[in-house]
Design a protein around this ligand. Structure first.
Ligand code: SAH
Length: 304
């Protein structure tokens, strides 16, 4: 028997160690090179706003195939590149695209230096604790032999109606607090609501279809919506803004057209990807961008 968040952590570690996530769901950097290029140019501007420190580290959490960073580095050849990645299989894929990167299992071992961190669809993979309100009070969800079990919660939670579910992503909060302690600038793109919401957002995806989150651990990607508002309560943030507003203001369509006109064979795919990233019914609206930065930092590009 395990607490739900520990079950989710184990399931995802097994999933990313063994499965090809690109076969199960499509992410922005896999759709178009423009996504990573815009983020690289964004990071360069942020670095200049920091006063262009020579020892800057450009880091990425959960770099997947390494495509985002490879594209970003064409826009800004950052001198030091660090990856936070736990999957040995994905580390090997990333090494093919960004051979000079330095790998870490967590933020803790990153050198203390000026830091810009990018993370696309990373926080949603971190484990959440789940609580359900019963007559007698709040209970926490555990997993026992493939089904949910409940034990009295040690957390103090708001007095929601009986049957309400709440999620707390302690791992995401810890990650963000460590970034804040380092005075880093961290850009997160992920799906979640503008404001904290009650209800279960845990879902599992396998081969592009919804699966049972409590099914065989390691066969599906288990995610939860990112509670941006809760993170922004703990750490100084700009945003969240909708992904379509963010990417459009960074020049998604201009860069796409530039490439499309020069590569007629790829024009259709490039334009289709830009559309998919911004259409409200696709990835434009549910996905948000939020940036953590030191207090008093000027307004960052895309967050005007
Ligand atoms: N950013 C990529 C991949 C998203 S999938 C893209 O957009 O395509 C989530 C990524 O986070 C994978 O690389 C996965 O191995 C990594 N990951 C998941 N949980 C992690 C953890 N606890 N610590 C470090 N990396 C993790």
């Amino acid at each position: 028997m395990e607490r739900f968040d520990r079950f989710m952590a184990g399931a995802n570690a097994a999933y990313y160690a063994n499965q090809d996530f690109a076969a199960d769901f499509v992410t922005a950097p896999e759709l178009t090179q423009v996504f990573g290029e815009l983020l690289g140019a964004w990071a360069k501007t942020v670095w200049e706003m920091m006063g262009a420190p020579a020892d800057i580290i450009l880091a990425e959490a959960g770099p997947g195939s390494g495509a985002l960073m490879a594209d970003a580095l064409r826009a800004w050849a950052a001198p030091r590149v660090h990856f936070i990645e736990t999957s040995p299989r994905l580390r090997a894929a990333q090494a093919k695209r960004v051979p000079h990167a330095v790998w870490h299992a967590s933020l803790a071992t990153l050198p203390e230096a000026p830091l810009i961190l990018l993370a696309n669809e990373f926080l949603d993979a971190l484990p959440v604790r789940q609580f359900i309100r019963r007559e007698a009070g709040w209970m926490e969800r555990w997993v026992k032999a493939g089904v949910y079990a409940e034990f009295p919660a040690e957390y103090t939670l708001p007095d929601d109606p009986v049957g309400s579910v709440r999620e707390i992503n302690e791992a995401a909060l810890d990650f963000c607090e460590e970034l804040a302690r380092r005075d880093a600038v961290g850009l997160f793109l992920d799906y979640g609501p503008m404001h904290s919401a009650i209800g279960s957002s845990v879902q599992a995806i396998s081969h592009g279809k919804f699966a049972d989150p409590l099914g065989e651990p390691g066969t599906a990607d288990v995610t939860a919506h990112v509670d941006f508002e809760a993170i922004a309560l703990h750490c100084n943030a700009q945003g969240p803004v909708k992904q379509n507003a963010f990417l459009t203001s960074l020049g998604l369509f201009q860069r796409t057209e530039y490439l499309a006109l020069r590569n007629p064979a790829r024009a259709f795919a490039l334009r289709q990807a830009a559309e998919r990233l911004t259409a409200p019914e696709a990835m434009g609206s549910l996905f948000k961008a939020m940036v953590l930065c030191p207090k008093g930092f000027p307004t960052l590009p895309g967050f005007e």
